[in-house]
Design a protein around this ligand. Sequence first.
Ligand code: HEC
Ligand code: HEC
Ligand code: HEC
Ligand code: HEC
Ligand code: HEC
Ligand code: HEC
Ligand code: HEC
Ligand code: HEC
Ligand code: HEC
Ligand code: HEC
Length: 469
Amino acid sequence: MPSDKGRRQRKLWLLWTTTSIALIGALVYLMTEGENKQFFMPGPMSDGHHQIGIACESCHRDPLAGRTVLQQACIDCHGEERRKPFDSHPRSKFRDPRNADRLESINALECTTCHVEHQPEITGANGLTQPVDFCVHCHADIGTDRPSHRGMDFASCADAGCHNFHNNRALYTDFLLKHLHEPDLLERRTLPAREFASMLEELPDYPLSDHPRRQLSAADADNDRQPSLDAGALADWAQTAHARSGVNCSGCHAAPDDQGEKSAWNDHPGVQACAGCHQLELTRFERGKHGMRLAAGLTPMTPAQARLPMRENADHLQLTCTSCHTAHRFDVRHAAVEACLGCHTDRHSLAYKQSAHYRAWRRELAGEAASGSGVSCAGCHMPRVEHDINEWSSRIMVEHNQNATLSPNEKMLRPVCLHCHGLGFSLNALADRDLIERNFDGTPRVDVRSMEMAETDLKRASQEAASAR
Ligand code: HEC
Ligand code: HEC
Ligand code: HEC
Ligand code: HEC
Ligand code: HEC
Ligand code: HEC
Ligand code: HEC
Ligand code: HEC
Ligand code: HEC
Ligand code: HEC
């Protein structure tokens, strides 16, 4: 018979072993499956990535593989913009042997040289983790090369309206010179018109044969598989764009599955139901902060998870296509302002309704001004831009990635402001933090010197050329 002591020891052993196994199990679970993977995160994520922080594997695809794999993850998600002409310091520039010496003090080939993660103490605006004067590593001679830059502090190169490291599409010298002396408000000022509906026949991926274009009425509704007919849904659908172009109930509620087979009626079509006809909008949506969680295979973003200020009663809403478009009305005017204000409550958003832009938008809605002359939230944040369908044709699309024109905000100049304002005025407005907070209600009080400097350089260069002759 074992003694009391022996029995106690065996019990302790058993306890120790089971606890250890449980702990290891819990640890493995936490690292791979659990919602608490954050436990192993060295520090909180930057504003750009906080939504997908839990999806470690979107960046750390193979934790043992080192930096090349991490670098590839950055390129897979951001590569499109990291090329010419969108990027003036693309990696290809530094693979050129003539520039190799520049990499000795700062390795610009690797994204993580300037954008590490999990380190809020050193992370600045736009996820930058280098001191802001890092341009000095490669441009120490700029004061002698360009007299207009003499004596300037390197911490000022990237001031608003001067230069960006990546995107300088509206800031390079020739562009500034082309737009010298423009008026604040252009005479002809409208946004381009939307084109999708008029181009269905030309879009290679639109399933026109399954949904021939014709006007459908309430009597045509093919909701036979759905006995509880919703009168409101029926009326909304019959009056709007989808019924006009032959998109019946089943188009969304029994959308084909991955294999192209018609599926059973589904009361709650998700974003994939839209993708059969609007893949482009979904792809763009998933690249911005509204849709990036979906792209990472997570549940949709909700205002409760936001870092930006949001309306409290919106906490539970999920960001999908219907958060702005609602289920059957798909009213793009509602989507462009009122939908946004159903969630966003930062000072800039709340100030919008006091602005001249909102007054112009009201005039457009009332039919008192031309279509495209008003400026809604979407007018700035979801601009209508040219998209290449293939090598031969393009169409105007609504940019559903609202981050494509932010950080830095000069990315908004070409697709938005310059349709209506001069470049000099727009640069000043976008550099004025206070004016942004008031949602552009008033004249800019910041004076960006870029235009003036470009002009001075030009004059000097032509004088030098003349005297050399
Ligand atoms: C958006 C991309 C991204 C996501 C998502 C992400 N990380 Fe990281 N992580 C990084 C980057 C960038 C570094 C810095 C690497 C360097 O300095 O070379 C890093 C560094 C680390 C390090 C330090 C060791 C190393 O490899 O340098 C650990 C540990 C780590 N991450 C864990 C996690 C965990 C756990 C998660 C999920 C809960 C996570 N990370 C999510 C981008 C990410
Ligand atoms: C799974 C896709 C994904 C991966 C992987 C990824 N990012 Fe991002 N990143 C995004 C999205 C989406 C945003 C938010 C939208 C935006 O700002 O463009 C973002 C934002 C950013 C921003 C802007 C931050 C800000 O505050 O404006 C930087 C800088 C950035 N990413 C750099 C990187 C780097 C460097 C890596 C590699 C270590 C990386 N990203 C990996 C998707 C990704
Ligand atoms: C030498 C420093 C440096 C390197 C290397 C670098 N960045 Fe950046 N990045 C910046 C700076 C500075 C900003 C702030 C905006 C600007 O100046 O363009 C920025 C902004 C960004 C942004 C947000 C703004 C935008 O234009 O989209 C993204 C995304 C980004 N970087 C991704 C990357 C990726 C991906 C790589 C690697 C291919 C990379 N960066 C390499 C310095 C760098
Ligand atoms: C790793 C080296 C490196 C760093 C860091 C760097 N540059 Fe450059 N930059 C270059 C090279 C190389 C060129 C092309 C050759 C040249 O004009 O000297 C260039 C060209 C430019 C140009 C003119 C051409 C163009 O396409 O716009 C501007 C403006 C510029 N850089 C600004 C900046 C600013 C601002 C910073 C800091 C935010 C910066 N650079 C950081 C290497 C660098
Ligand atoms: C363009 C796509 C689209 C078309 C066409 C469409 N629906 Fe819907 N419908 C949706 C979406 C999206 C939802 C909302 C799903 C959710 O909230 O989860 C929805 C929801 C519904 C619901 C559930 C409502 C509820 O509150 O639970 C019914 C019933 C319905 N639709 C009937 C119809 C009928 C009948 C037609 C044709 C007359 C139709 N739908 C046409 C996209 C569509
Ligand atoms: C079977 C194809 C099809 C499906 C599925 C579909 N749509 Fe459409 N959608 C169209 C067509 C065609 C138009 C253009 C109709 C027109 O203006 O004549 C359109 C137009 C729109 C518009 C613009 C409306 C306007 O007034 O200009 C929005 C917004 C929209 N769709 C959203 C959605 C959303 C969200 C879903 C998923 C819930 C969806 N669509 C599913 C074919 C489809
Ligand atoms: C943040 C709000 C918002 C979300 C989320 C959103 N949209 Fe839109 N969408 C708009 C606005 C606003 C417009 C009209 C903009 C305009 O008139 O220039 C629009 C226009 C459209 C159009 C018409 C495009 C054209 O070129 O005529 C389609 C189609 C569309 N959306 C589909 C979708 C789909 C599919 C999703 C989900 C992947 C989605 N939208 C998510 C706000 C949104
Ligand atoms: C269902 C709620 C909801 C609706 C509707 C909505 N948003 Fe958002 N929006 C969010 C959330 C949540 C974020 C992410 C905030 C974060 O990550 O801190 C966001 C992010 C943004 C950002 C990015 C800000 C940044 O700093 O990167 C912009 C810009 C934006 N929304 C504009 C709009 C506009 C314009 C509309 C209407 C066309 C709109 N939103 C409609 C909830 C919403
Ligand atoms: C005239 C163009 C314009 C209009 C109209 C406009 N915005 Fe903006 N918005 C901007 C610019 C530019 C920024 C970038 C500010 C910066 O540089 O940080 C911005 C920033 C934002 C941000 C990010 C705020 C932050 O603190 O990071 C959100 C969210 C936003 N806007 C939502 C909206 C909503 C919602 C509306 C309509 C009610 C709206 N905006 C109307 C131009 C506009
Ligand atoms: C579709 C045309 C249009 C677009 C796009 C547009 N605006 Fe405007 N903007 C106007 C009109 C019209 C006014 C009102 C002028 C007036 O009433 O004197 C205005 C007024 C302003 C004002 C106030 C001027 C004052 O004296 O009170 C500022 C600042 C401004 N816009 C900046 C911008 C910026 C920055 C952008 C780009 C992000 C932009 N706007 C995009 C048409 C536009």
